[in-house]
Design a protein around this ligand. Structure first.
Ligand code: ATP
Length: 447
């Protein structure tokens, strides 16, 4: 089994990720996050929000609507330019994103250029068949809203989370009394009708993004672009991701989205190659200018310090939550002698502590372990396990990344101490019950 297969199997067996609608045969590229997956996602969201919103007086956060006025997507340029080029296998009718078929076809080429490359290089489909002419395909997911059959309005599920940030820019700036440069952050779902999906939940049609739009004077764009590269990389390292598997990659002109002047990706070395999981983009004044034009709103900022009026420019930092989760799962997966440990940063682990009574048929031990569990659960998300032997319970917690296991034994009844076992070192230590909370707090928050 390769690493991807091992991870898919572990994630399903231990309640992280399920193929959506499995009882109906599954639904392409759609996944549901189970109890432990939901905890992991929550922890990532919370840490990100803490780092980039709560720790930053110059950044505020919002939670915008998924379906907004359809004009938003005309103004943003998505109805016209949010496209990939697609080709079809003329025999099987499978559709492919042209730039994924051959490295001779580059992201950003026109359909005509692609037809030419296919012809010159005799490129065929992965099944060896001839290909159709290339054509543009819009990635926006359409929805029809309304109660009367004939009067439904065509709208779109948002293709990127940032649009509510742009059309609310003025309201947010005024209600929060922000002065440039300042940022607006958001975490939420986005939807794209991707032609090619996978592997696993790397590319899906429904996903979550964590984004910041930094509004600034054009002369500050370079500074913030570099700073966001630094801040975002430093946060990834704080999460414990292996530095050797992270790299920046400048996007070529042709690859860039229609709104970007400069774009740098951060890539991770997945088992299926180096792939993007976050981007830093300089969007210029594209978004506010276009929304200004389409909605007849004046987005000019009166800069009292510079004594100037201008439309703010934007540097964007955008990271896919689900993709980051996939990075973290791969990065933390370790196997020793057939035993799996998810070496997640403890702050990300679904459970921080697991509490066990040494024997499940000794009521005094079970009662005492319950008391320890009750006390710790007010502060940390705790697991309880009283099945099987201690070795199996350790192995089971290692597999889901629980950093510490606490065993209540006969000495606990005599001396008020427990055994704390560390997931990564496998070392055990006696700690007194009244010091437990502090013991975990120190390791979780002060390292
Ligand atoms: P890609 O080149 O992989 O299609 P993109 O350059 O279009 O991605 P952006 O629009 O810059 O991506 O989105 C920012 C982030 O959102 C990406 O780095 C990625 O983590 C996430 N993302 C984008 N599309 C998807 C998707 N279909 N599934 C999961 N995550 C996605």
């Amino acid at each position: 089994m390769d690493l991807l297969e091992k991870l898919v199997s572990l994630a399903k067996r231990r309640g992280f990720v399920y193929q959506s609608s499995e009882i109906y045969g599954g639904w392409e590229a759609t996944y549901d996050f189970g109890p432990l997956g939901a905890e992991l996602l929550r922890n990532i969201r919370n840490l990100w929000w803490q780092e980039f919103v709560h720790n930053r007086p110059d950044i505020v956060g919002i939670d915008g609507a998924i379906i907004s006025h359809p004009r938003v997507w005309e103004a943003s340029g998505h109805t016209e330019s949010f496209t990939d080029v697609m080709v079809e296998d003329l025999k099987t009718h499978k559709r492919y994103r042209a730039d994924h078929l051959s490295n001779k076809i580059e992201d950003g080429m026109t359909p005509e250029e692609i037809d030419q490359v296919i012809k010159e290089n005799k490129i065929r489909s992965p099944d060896g068949n001839s290909l159709s002419k290339a054509k543009k395909f819009n990635n926006l997911v359409e929805v029809y809203i309304g109660t009367l059959e004939n009067e439904k309005t065509l709208a779109y599920l948002r293709g990127e989370t940032c649009q509510p940030i742009f059309y609310n820019y003025q309201l947010i700036k005024d209600s929060m009394r922000m002065k440039l440069p300042f940022g607006i952050a958001q975490i939420g779902k986005a939807f794209r009708n991707e032609i090619k999906v996978g592997p696993y939940f790397f590319r899906t049609r429904e996903f979550e993004q964590m984004e910041i739009e930094m509004f600034l004077h054009p002369s500050e764009a370079d500074y913030y672009f570099e700073k966001f590269k630094e801040w975002s990389m430093s946060w990834l390292k704080q999460l414990g991701i292996d530095e050797n598997k992270l790299r920046f990659r400048e996007q070529e002109f042709k690859e860039r989205a229609h709104y970007n002047k400069i774009a740098t990706d951060i890539e991770y070395k997945f088992p299926f190659g180096w792939k993007e999981f976050q981007g830093i983009h300089y969007r210029g004044d594209w978004d506010l200018s276009r929304h200004g034009e389409y909605s007849k709103t004046d987005f000019k900022y009166r800069d009292d310090v510079r004594n100037e009026e201008y439309i703010p420019h934007v540097v964007e930092y955008s990271i896919g939550l689900n993709r980051l989760m996939l990075v973290l799962l791969f990065d933390s997966y370790s196997e020793d002698d057939g035993k799996v440990t998810l070496k997640l940063n403890p702050r990300l682990s679904p459970y921080k502590v697991a509490v066990f009574p040494l024997l499940s048929n000794r009521p005094r031990l079970v009662d005492k372990a319950h008391k320890v569990f009750e006390a710790l659960k007010t502060r940390f998300h705790c697991a309880w396990d009283s099945r099987g032997n201690i070795g199996k319970r350790y192995a089971s917690q290692d597999e889901i990344g629980t950093p510490w296991c606490v065993t209540v034994d006969f000495d606990t009844l005599k001396y008020e101490t427990v055994t704390v076992r560390d997931r990564d070192t496998k070392l055990q230590e006696r700690v007194s019950v009244d010091r437990l909370q502090k013991y975990f707090e120190n390791q979780l928050y002060e390292n």
